[in-house]
Ligand binder design. Structure first.
Ligand code: KIV
Length: 263
C-alpha cells in the first residue's frame, strides 16, 4: 500500500527518495511500473499541460481532474498533490473543503507552498489525518512577489528565514519539505537540522531526495535547460522522429502492411 511512512525511514537510512511529477493516466501507468518512490501532481500542470505562463491559474477543479487520472494509472505509488493558488487561504471551512475534494480525487497527501500564515491550517490538516508536505525556497505561487522564477536564499536574512520556516513546518506536522532553487549549502543545513526528509529541486545533493518535472527530465520541454536540470532522454526529438516516420510511411504506403490487416 502507498504510504508516506517509508520516507522518514529512507532519510534515516540515507536512501535517496525519488519523486517525479505526473499529471495524466498514461504516464502514471509508466511510473507505476518503475522504482520511483512518489508521484507529485504539481500545480506546474498549469504550465506543462495547459500552456499557462505560471501556476497561478491552477484551480481545485483542474487539480482534481488530473489527480483522478493519475490515481487510476498509478495504484502502487504515493500520490502527493499541490493545493493550488489561494485554495488554502480562504478560511478554515473553504480550505478544508478544497483539501477534501483533492483527497477524494485520489491524493494520499497534499503539498502547500510557504510557511507564513499556513502553520495553523497545516496542523489542522495533519490532525485531521492528512499528511502535508511543505514547500520552501522558490515557491512558484509567489512569482509576482518574487519578481520571477529566481534562486532564493542567497542573502543571509533570506537564508535564516527559510531555515526558520522549515523548522516551523516540521513543528506543524509536515512529513517532508520540498526545497526549490536554494543554495546547496543552505539545503544541507536545513536537512541536517530537521528530522523529516527534504526533497530538493535545484537544491543540490545534500538533501534526502530529489524531485523533477517528468516532461523536463524526459527532455520533452525543448529549450528549457536551467542549471539544475538533468535530462535522461531526448524525448522531444524522439517523439518528433516517430511522428515523422509515421507520416513518411503513410505517404510511401509502407504502413499498414499485410500483418496490420484484419481478414
Ligand atoms: O508544481 C510542481 O511541479 C512542484 C515541483 C516543481 C516541486 O511544486
Amino acid at each position: 500500500m502507498a504510504s508516506i511512512l517509508k520516507f522518514q525511514d529512507m532519510k534515516k537510512l540515507s536512501k535517496g527518495i525519488s519523486m517525479v511529477t505526473c499529471y495524466d493516466y498514461w504516464s502514471a501507468r509508466i511510473i507505476d511500473g518503475t522504482n520511483i518512490d512518489a508521484i507529485l501532481v504539481g500545480d506546474s500542470l498549469a504550465m506543462v499541460m495547459h500552456g499557462h505562463k505560471d501556476t497561478i491559474l491552477a484551480t481545485v477543479e483542474l487539480m482534481c481532474m488530473h489527480v483522478g487520472a493519475v490515481a487510476r494509472g498509478a495504484k502502487q505509488k504515493t500520490i502527493i498533490v499541490d493545493m493550488p493558488f489561494l485554495s488554502f487561504r480562504k478560511g478554515l471551512t473553504d480550505s478544508m473543503n478544497s483539501v477534501l475534494r483533492i483527497i477524494q480525487s485520489g491524493a494520499h497527501a497534499i503539498k502547500i507552498e510557504g510557511a507564513k500564515g499556513n502553520l495553523e491550517l497545516i496542523s489542522h490538516i495533519v490532525e485531521s489525518g492528512i499528511p502535508v508536505m511543505g514547500h520552501l525556497g522558490l515557491t512558484p505561487q509567489f512569482v509576482n512577489q518574487l519578481g520571477g522564477f529566481k534562486v532564493q536564499g542567497k542573502q543571509k536574512e533570506e537564508e535564516e528565514e527559510i531555515l526558520q520556516s522549515a523548522i516551523a513546518l516540521e513543528r506543524s506536522g509536515c512529513f517532508a519539505i520540498v526545497l526549490e532553487c536554494i543554495p546547496a549549502k543552505l539545503a544541507g543545513v536545513i536537512t541536517e537540522k530537521l528530522q523529516i526528509p527534504t526533497i530538493g529541486i535545484g537544491a543540490g545533493p545534500s538533501v534526502s531526495g530529489q524531485v523533477l518535472v517528468l516532461q523536463d527530465m524526459l527532455g520533452m520541454n525543448s529549450g528549457f535547460s536551467p542549471k539544475f536540470l538533468k535530462t535522461y532522454l531526448d524525448g522531444y526529438q524522439m517523439i518528433k522522429n516517430a511522428l515523422n516516420d509515421f507520416d513518411e510511411e503513410v505517404k510511401t504506403e509502407k504502413f499498414p502492411l499485410e500483418n496490420h490487416c484484419y481478414y
